[in-house]
Write a protein that binds this ligand. Structure first.
Ligand SMILES: [Mg+2]
Length: 272
């Protein structure tokens, strides 16, 4: 069960200094670590509803292109350089359900699945709706991968900024996948038997483009801090998110699409 950690509200001095370094020799830090959030990032989860048997449950709707993201993440060529794990602040039972809905059998390819019990909460905080932080230092210390990861090699995809407060330059913000977006995606599917991928939310295709750009970086924190997500474009306000700028968003989607074509991975929205 959870134990209490010393609370910091922002990044440490050592972290910020290291995020300005050029990064270590490439050959010793080739592997990267992807930490995926679930709710709002890979899926939309309904509020609790009563089903036909009178049970209260929440239905999970994976984001469009989840099957394609799985094929990409667990493709032998991707596994050759990328470790993928899930970290959700939900409780273990709910996390298991969401992982199953998104990954199915592919969940065996995840290096780990972390839940609320890794958030450094007190017993009381664990059982309440408390704001939580994903402290990546904890992952770097505890993850059972042969290669130890660090701020140089790690990226967190999460729709919440506050979750990444301690290591903000290792965070790729993802537009929250909402009920309205999910309903629109379902509507697109109903409208046409063969919708083009242009019609759905593209975030997961863009995520693949971003991951491929990070593959060759030696300091991910430095890349994000130096506006790599905005492709270092001077004319874009630094406060803008990559997904808010159509030109940038389209670049990452196209880039992801090319990667998938190169790997021979079919682009399947898989809306349910
Ligand atoms: Mg989330």
């Amino acid at each position: 069960m959870a134990h209490k950690e010393i609370r910091r509200s922002g990044p440490s001095h050592a972290y910020l200094s290291a995020s300005l370094l050029p990064g270590p020799e490439a050959q010793t830090h080739n592997r990267k670590l992807l930490i995926l959030d679930l709710n709002g990032c890979l899926l939309y989860r309904t509020p609790p509803m009563t089903d036909a048997h009178g049970n209260r449950r929440r239905i999970v709707y994976p984001r469009p292109y989840m099957p394609t993201l799985c094929r990409y993440l667990f493709h032998p060529r991707t596994r050759g350089w990328l470790d993928t794990m899930v970290w959700s602040s939900a409780q273990p039972r709910n996390v298991a359900e969401m992982v199953e809905a998104c990954f199915g059998e592919d969940k065996a390819g995840l290096v780990d699945v972390w839940t609320r019990d890794k958030m450094g909460l007190t017993v009381r905080g664990y059982n309440q709706k408390t704001s939580t932080v994903k402290n990546m230092e904890r992952v770097w210390a505890e993850l059972p991968t042969p290669e130890r990861h660090s701020l140089f090699t790690t990226v967190l995809f999460d729709d919440s900024f506050s979750k990444a407060a301690l290591q903000p330059h290792n965070h790729v913000p993802v537009e929250e996948y909402t009920q309205a977006m999910h309903e629109r995606d379902v509507h697109v599917r109903v409208q046409s038997a063969d919708p083009s991928y242009d019609a759905h939310d593209h975030t997961l295709l863009a995520a693949i483009g971003i991951l491929e750009a990070l593959k060759s970086e030696t300091n991910i924190a430095n890349w994000i801090r130096c506006r790599g997500l905005l492709r270092s474009k001077e004319n874009i306000d630094a406060g803008q998110r990559w997904y808010q700028v159509p030109e940038i968003r389209d670049y990452w989607v196209k880039s992801g699409t090319h990667v998938l074509e190169d790997l021979g991975v079919p682009i399947v929205a898989g809306i349910s």
